[in-house]
Write a protein that binds this ligand. Structure first.
Ligand code: SF4
Length: 416
């Protein structure tokens, strides 16, 4: 009952939060403060497209991709001219390593312009080659995140990854050979695929434990309404009924050896976690289809890759939509993201919002307290095991709302 209510409310709230405003886009504010911010860079090219994927991505074409990287360098320079000083970089996709020489130039430039401390890059198993690893290492990449999804060959075939990235055995071998080259090697996994049983998940967990991965991120399957149709045809019916049981299995197996970096990220060491939205209060989203959150405003860049390039050729930021969060929305956003890391520092949020955080958020806090989602200790709220699953639901619904927003923008831009 509580789970259904949380799911329904989260769905409504996040759809509203991502209801972008119409009208004149605000200018990107000049930045003269020292706030810790992250630079998110989006590379929307993949050699082939997977049916379950709701990210902004298109099939790789080298000439277009080279022009795109050039435009991305221009965009980075504009943010530098506007006074931004980023401390971390997250390169996501698509497949960021699709043109490694271009990624090399991008990371070089960003490190020349900003005081970068952490770099995290996503990749796919077939890109774990000595040549690419050497370039990533040379660029001080701390965390390499590999899209594995599952080691189960039947599932890999169904989701169209077996042919592209090899069998589960080959993927595990590639991960093993990449260990030790980066501070954190992360495996991105998905649970609750249609037809995925506890036994299948147990096998994935056994392989990960045997590999002794530095970090494992286990996402619940979260697809947009549009992708759902493709999934039904290729993989099967998506059902959230068995999700909690599978999540609890993951927590039981990994919880013995790993710490929680977030409700679905398990780390051996102090690592830069996947959800940059947790570690950094603000982030700039660069690249086509990127979403950023700066000075209480959520921005989105155009999803049309040609327009993205054309805008930057005129040295114009390719912003497409925005939403100004009011103070209550900003607090709700912080509440969601901070607790996703499994703990929330009340004193810090009271300070950030001039002692208004508790006064404004008392309803949300009390509601989750009644259902025992967290416990209070020494100025912190800590998620309970039940609260962790509630936060998995909330974040799943948050990312589904983001995916629906992406679908809408991609449709507007004529991207398939
Ligand atoms: S899952 Fe990864 S490789 Fe597959 S289409 Fe999406 S971004 Fe590309």
């Amino acid at each position: 009952m509580i789970i259904q209510v949380v799911t329904r409310l989260a769905k409504q709230k996040f759809a509203g939060l991502l209801n972008f405003e119409k009208g004149r886009l605000p200018e990107l504010t000049f930045c003269n403060d020292e706030k810790k911010r992250l630079l998110y860079l989006h590379i929307p090219f993949c050699e082939e497209l997977c049916p379950f994927c709701s990210f902004h991505r298109v099939t790789f074409e080298e000439p277009l991709a080279r022009k795109y990287f050039q435009a991305l360098r221009r965009e980075i320079k504009i943010y530098h001219e506007k006074g931004y000083k980023f401390e971390g970089i997250y390169v996501g996709g698509g497949t960021p390593t699709v043109l490694i020489d271009e990624l090399d130039q991008i990371l070089n430039l960003a490190q020349e312009l900003f005081p970068i401390k952490d770099i995290s890059v996503e990749t796919n198993p077939h890109h774990l080659t000595p040549e690419k690893i050497e370039i990533l290492q040379k660029n001080n990449v701390h965390r390499l995140s590999v899209g594995v999804q599952t080691f189960n060959d039947d599932l890999l075939k169904k989701i169209g990854r077996y042919e592209k990235y090899g069998s589960g055995k080959i993927i595990a071998e590639r991960l093993k050979n990449t260990q030790g080259y980066f501070h954190t090697l992360n495996a991105d996994m998905i649970f609750n695929f249609p037809g995925q049983t506890s036994e299948m998940l147990e096998e994935d967990l056994a392989i990960l434990l045997n590999l002794n991965m530095d970090q494992v991120t286990f996402y619940p399957l979260m697809i947009s309404s549009l992708t759902q149709e493709t999934m039904e045809k290729t993989v099967g019916h998506v059902d959230f009924g068995g999700e909690r049981k599978l999540y609890e299995l993951i927590v039981r197996r990994l919880g013995k050896y790993y710490d929680f970096s977030s409700a679905w990220c398990f780390s051996h060491k102090e690592s830069l976690i996947d959800e940059y939205v947790v570690k950094f209060e603000e982030y700039a989203g660069l690249g086509s289809g990127s979403i950023g959150y700066l000075h209480g405003i959520c921005y989105s860049n155009t999803f049309d890759i040609e327009s993205y390039i054309a805008s930057l050729e005129k040295s114009k930021l390719p912003l497409q939509a925005f939403r100004k969060f009011d103070l209550h929305d900003q607090m709700r956003y912080d509440f969601l993201m901070k607790l996703f890391s499994t703990k929330l520092d009340i004193t810090a949020l009271q300070k950030k919002y001039d002692n208004k955080f508790l006064k404004t958020m008392w309803k949300e806090i009390s509601a989750f307290e009644i259902v025992r989602a967290f416990r209070y200790f020494d100025h912190y709220l800590y998620l309970t095991p039940y609260g962790r699953y509630l936060w998995v639901i909330m974040m799943r619904e948050f990312f589904i709302a983001v995916n629906n927003f992406r679908d809408y923008c991609r449709k507007q831009a004529g991207v398939k």
